[in-house]
Design a protein around this ligand. Structure first.
Ligand code: GUN
Length: 294
């Protein structure tokens, strides 16, 4: 079994981005600028957004954090999105999800100018991704594919089982894994809460991407010898061993599954760090107007 070290790959990509930003600035170009909108005080969202802002600083981007209280109205948030759409200094921005129940995530996502949608959540970007056209790829699926690429893991003709059908991970990663190319060219099966015989399906998988958000879901007896296992789970569970009082739990029962794998991502230190660098890459592309030139 070999570990896929997302932390090390992410550090390498951060360096590559930092170098490119330094060159852009040295030649009189504009410093890429990412804005993040955070509503409320959800612990997970606070951590993710703080990490995004910190990473911007590390690679030399400008960042702006805009905060709203939980009781912000949909109109106020839509007005904020509209201001960010129109602000020529902002290259890309994200609205951290989940949003409070009284606000429609669909409405907010659709209101974002797709040319600044560095999360890749806007229907235009999702549609373009499905068609294999240039677009902002959503960060977690892009990070998974980049890990497979950098570790030179063969995917062509393999059976990839995706656990989970979320808009953020399961759906888009299943599309990327079946698309022409390497990574890609997989035969993909998507399993979800209504799937029957998940164990039997997983046992046929050469590659398993677990993105259900159920800690320890994938057990040793569900994985065949030599499989590649990508764990996207990051559920916060209470722990008396950490300062914060919680730890991140993956969807894979690592101790049982790892001995059977050819490759496996740990949690933390696997897919998580890649997600943030994918967002940085999209922001760099937005700044350079490389995908959408207008
Ligand atoms: N919530 C969980 N993951 C994400 C993400 O990648 N982007 C945004 N905006 N919200 C999230």
């Amino acid at each position: 079994m070999q570990l896929i070290d997302g932390k090390a790959v992410a550090a390498q990509i951060k360096q590559e981005i930092a170098q490119e930003v330094a060159e852009i600035i040295a030649t009189g170009g504009k410093t890429p600028h990412l804005a993040a909108v955070l509503v409320g005080h959800d612990g997970g969202s606070e951590t993710y957004v703080a990490s995004k802002v910190r990473t911007c600083e590390e690679v030399g981007f400008k960042s702006t954090l805009i905060r709203y209280e939980e009781d912000v109205t949909e109109e106020e948030l839509l007005a904020c999105v509209s201001r960010l759409n129109d602000d020529p200094d902002i290259d890309g921005f994200i609205v951290q999800l989940p949003l409070p129940k009284h606000i429609s995530e669909e409405k907010i996502t659709e209101a974002i100018d797709y040319r600044k949608d560095v999360d890749g959540f806007h229907p235009v970007n999702v549609g373009r991704m499905s068609l294999g056209m240039p677009c902002f790829l959503s960060a977690t699926p892009a990070g998974i594919v980049e890990l497979l690429r950098r570790y030179d893991i063969e995917t062509r003709g393999r059976h990839c089982v995706v656990l989970g059908r979320s808009n953020i991970v399961g759906k888009p990663v299943s599309v990327l894994m079946m698309q022409k190319g390497n990574p890609g060219d997989c035969t993909v099966t998507v399993c979800h809460s209504r799937t029957k015989n998940i164990r039997e399906i997983c046992l046929q998988a050469d590659i398993i991407i677990a993105a259900l958000g159920v800690p320890g879901f994938l057990k040793g007896d569900m994985v065949k010898e030599g499989a590649v296992v990508i764990d996207v789970g990051t559920t916060r569970v209470p722990s008396d061993k950490t300062k914060s009082g919680f730890r991140l739990a993956g969807d894979v029962l690592f101790d049982e599954v790892a001995p059977k794998c050819s490759w496996i991502t740990p949690v933390p230190g696997g897919v998580g760090p890649m997600t943030i660098v994918s967002l940085m890459r999209n922001t760099l592309l937005a700044g350079k107007k490389e995908i959408y030139s207008h």
